[in-house]
Write a protein that binds this ligand. Sequence first.
Ligand code: HEC
Ligand code: HEC
Length: 317
Amino acid sequence: MLGNILLWLVLLLVTLGLGWLALRAFRARNALVKWVGGLLAALLTLVIGLVTVVALLGLFKLYMPIGSPVKDLTIEITPERVARGEHLANTFCVGCHSPTGDLPMIGGVDLGADLGMPLGQFISVNLTPAGPLAGWSDGEVLRILREGAAPDGRRLIMMGAARARYMSDEDLYSVIAYLRSQAPVENDTPQPPDSPTLLAGILAALGMVPIEPPVTGSISAPPMGATAEYGAYVVSFQDCVVCHGVNLDGNPSSPIVPAGPDLAVVKGWTAEQFLTTFRTGVDPSGHQLSEAMPWRQIARLDDVELTAVYEYLISLP
Ligand code: HEC
Ligand code: HEC
């Protein structure tokens, strides 16, 4: 944080320095210095000045404490919830919280490493009871998941981008019940708090980092089944729209994610072909899906869930 504030001060000084040069140039007697030098310095002042203002907004976005009051909540741990929570973790959270992509979720993965831009270090946390969660209440963990706000109010950048917050209340309770009932697994990989760069702040201020708004109300899921309605629910919290675009038409709103193609292509497939694509990683045209598409993890959705996603995709206009 200190480094980013110092960098911002340097930007401010450069802007002021350029502005001063522009004024000096405009007062010069020599016409060339006056107009060419003056206009050039003025233009640079404007550009760097604009970057400085956006960067200031970015600093607020990165470091202003967030989060609504923590709910007083005790989640009952039942075998059904633990099983459902394990399934949700295994089909979603593992993508970022496990170095192997499998349970247990011991964290330590730097998600900033493969963004293709120097946006900083974002290391996922050990979610087994050997990690920091053991010291937090159910309400605090729920707020992390729904709002991306750490117990101390820090904005958790990656949890703010993940769409876990759109899971139903009951599904999130199941996830938390599962987190609580795992066996603790130690992980020696350091897991320091986020350290975003000023560039990340600038992109966040410009709306180019996918930060989801907080969810404070309650969400209920439609009945589980191979229906378009249930598929819409699965797609609402799986990160499909982050990479494939809000309309799943291949236009993601952020330049920092691997862009996925227009999913209208699925309309030409049967449900069986859709399931086979995920189970094998090869689509009906024989194309092997790259690892940029988290197909191995999505393939762990059961047949009912995947068929529901298929029904939803073919129902889109
Ligand atoms: C897009 C990657 C990603 C996904 C998906 C994801 N996480 Fe995270 N999570 C992170 C990272 C990275 C951190 C470290 C802080 C940050 O940058 O948000 C984190 C932090 C956390 C924290 C602790 C925050 C703290 O203050 O230390 C909890 C709890 C958590 N995640 C739970 C989950 C659960 C449960 C799921 C699945 C429902 C999940 N996460 C899915 C990347 C992810
Ligand atoms: C991290 C980004 C990312 C996420 C999340 C993601 N995708 Fe993809 N997806 C991609 C990329 C990139 C490709 C292209 C892979 C290739 O062609 O090698 C792709 C390809 C696909 C294809 C194959 C299209 C074809 O013509 O072969 C389907 C189907 C698909 N995604 C569906 C989904 C669904 C459904 C979800 C959510 C459950 C999802 N994707 C989540 C990035 C993503």
